[in-house]
Design a protein around this ligand. Sequence first.
Ligand code: CA
Ligand code: CA
Length: 138
Amino acid sequence: LTKEEEQEIISAIRTAEKNTSGEIRIHIEASSEKDHYERALEVFHLLKMDNTKDANAVLIYVAVNDKTFVIYGDKGINDVVDSNFWDSTRDKIQNRFKLSQFKQGLIDGIEEAGKVLSKYFPWQYGDTDELDNTISKG
Ligand code: CA
Ligand code: CA
């Protein structure tokens, strides 16, 4: 990703979070020897994403060389949604990644995640930006 592309992604997060109290973060790394779901969980905790007031943060974890991604939502989300809650977000990302449209995949995923989150966690007056919107790498 170029600097400009990263800025576009950060601004997509900012926009999505204007409609929901949920917090969205992106983590990108080359690959992982661990199971990707386990690794996503680990990153989620490393980024202290489990510390939001309503436990409603979601991590989009991407292992670029492994051509894999995981969408991991916190407990507050899982408690109130169906198991297929993230399907639409997953599909949006997948469709773009298949076309090698990496940046657009993330942006579409962020928009969709913000949309579905807003149904259960609408933005409310006084909501704060609890988690940094920059892209985590490692
Ligand atoms: Ca917030
Ligand atoms: Ca945020």
